[in-house]
Design a protein around this ligand. Structure first.
Ligand code: SDX
Length: 430
């Protein structure tokens, strides 16, 4: 059912089609707005602007719903594996047993990085942030692996790029950790699953062999699944925008990693953990922290709280909070930072400021607690987010190129600078 929206301005009126999605979301199609009216729209932070139609992920922020290709995140986190979810996001359907076997085999076969890439890694300073390493190394993948321009890209080349990125991102991440602690790199193994391979590359060493921990493997699997996609968030929109210029997939993903690094986005998981540690170190009470978060004169932000789309509890935060409780009780882990987080949440959810602004815990509030329990260091938390988000970024890049009528992303603006004026020689400038 197509409806129209009417815009009236200075005595004229125009009708524009309204696009209705499969979940009954509605958007005014303004592609002809400027041609017909001379007007553009202005929308700081794109809070009301849809950049595309997409069939990958659906979010209902008011009801706290998140589905990948129609499957609820709660079910996938409990019943699927991360490779299965990656396949679903990229190709649109859950893989058959045979498709999954082949996909997993290709992930295993593509887990190594070119030995010459290690020169980049070893040349970086020991204190290099793992997100800076990851973005540099992912961009370098385009130098070592099939060089292609998007116009020449066929399905087989795309498939190769996709498994290469999803698999190698683990290896790069684990190698950056080993480098930071001065230990030799542990290479991926063909006999380990996706998550088990990553944890082994991170924590195995000759001095202290790492034995697989099924509960941590299960927890990591769920963590990566809940991070795998989130429709048109900042980093995914970045991947699409860079990809719209026909930049190659590695360059587009590198840009997405850089966008994710920001503390208002994926960097929030590291900041949230740093906040909890600061609260513990300074002996602040939860009341003092909530007061700081509400104080406009105080630059303090309660990272891990609030969301552009979720105006109710982030369903991913619910999954992770339950997972924390299960892992901690099974392993009898005591972590004072978890108690601080639970107390903060309890207070915030009863506080008028948070209620009025619909600020709830988001995916970044509890994820760090789990990573920390696994022994993953804080500066690797956003790298973990990137490992999870990789299939989502790839899926959106593919969807954009598959659509066919790809337009380079080029927003308009309203100019507010000086009107025309003539050049003044420096001698005459005051
Ligand atoms: C992710 O978009 C996605 O989908 C992202 C993501 C994904 O999976 O890709 O979900 C991942 O990035 C989650 C968000 C992680 N970031 C943080 O946890 C950082 C802390 N949160 C805030 O910076 C903020 O809530 C954002 C950035 C998440 C959302 O910002 P918006 O939508 O632009 O909202 P806003 O900043 O305009 O806030 C509205 C009001 C403001 O107060 P008023 O001016 O109305 O008085 O809420 C306040 C804000 O000051 N507010 C907070 C707050 N978050 C918002 N106040 C205190 N602490 C906070 N955390």
């Amino acid at each position: 059912m197509s409806e129209n929206a009417e815009i009236r301005y200075q005595g004229q009126s125009w009708e524009f089609p309204v696009v209705v999605g499969t979940e009954n979301e509605k958007g005014i199609d303004i592609q002809k707005l400027r041609d017909r009216t001379g007007l553009v729209t202005l929308d700081n932070g794109y809070q009301n602007t849809g950049s595309t139609k997409s069939a990958i992920t659906f979010i209902d922020g008011d009801k706290g719903i998140l589905r990948y290709r129609g499957y609820p995140i709660e079910e996938l986190a409990q019943k699927a594996t991360f490779p299965e979810t990656a396949y679903l996001l990229i190709y649109g359907e859950l893989p058959t047993a045979e498709q999954l076997r082949i996909f997993r085999q290709r992930l295993t076969e593509n887990s190594m990085i070119h030995e010459d890439m290690l020169h980049f890694l070893t040349g970086m300073p020991p204190s290099a942030h793992p997100m800076g390493i990851l973005s540099s190394m992912v961009n370098a993948l385009a130098l070592f692996y099939p060089r292609f321009y998007v116009e020449d890209m066929d399905a087989a080349t795309f498939d190769q790029m996709a498994v290469s990125l999803i698999s190698k991102v683990r290896t790069i991440a684990a190698f950056s950790y080993k480098k930071s602690i001065g230990e030799p790199f542990v290479y991926p193994r063909a006999d380990k699953t996706y998550c088990a391979n990553f944890l082994n590359m991170m924590f195995d060493s000759h001095a202290k062999p790492y034995s697989e921990d099924p509960l941590f493997i299960e927890a990591l699997n769920a963590l990566l699944i809940v991070h795998a996609d989130h429709e048109q968030n900042c980093s995914t929109s970045t991947v699409r925008l860079v990809g719209s210029s026909y930049a190659n997939l590695y360059a587009s993903i590198c840009a997405g990693i850089c966008a994710l690094w920001g503390p208002l986005h994926g960097g929030a998981n590291q900041k949230a953990m740093e906040t909890l540690s600061m609260i513990q170190k300074n002996g602040w009470t939860a009341e003092q922290v909530i007061a700081k978060a509400k104080d406009k004169k105080d630059l303090f932000l309660l990272h891990g709280f609030g969301h552009r789309v979720y105006k109710s509890y982030d369903p991913r935060a619910k999954v992770l909070k339950n997972l924390v409780e299960r892992v901690f009780s099974t392993k009898n882990i005591q972590d004072p930072l978890l108690n601080i987080a639970l107390e903060l949440e309890q207070l915030a959810l009863k506080d008028e400021y948070f209620i009025e602004r619909k600020l709830y815990p988001n995916v970044d509030f509890y994820s760090g607690i789990l990573y920390r329990a696994m022994g993953i260091p804080e500066d690797m938390f956003t790298v973990m987010f990137a490992i999870g988000r990789m299939p989502g970024w790839i899926a959106h890049w593919k969807e954009m190129h598959d659509e066919g009528n790809l337009k380079i992303g080029r927003p308009r603006q309203i100019y507010t600078g000086p009107t025309v004026r003539s050049f003044v020689p420096k001698e005459e400038r005051v």
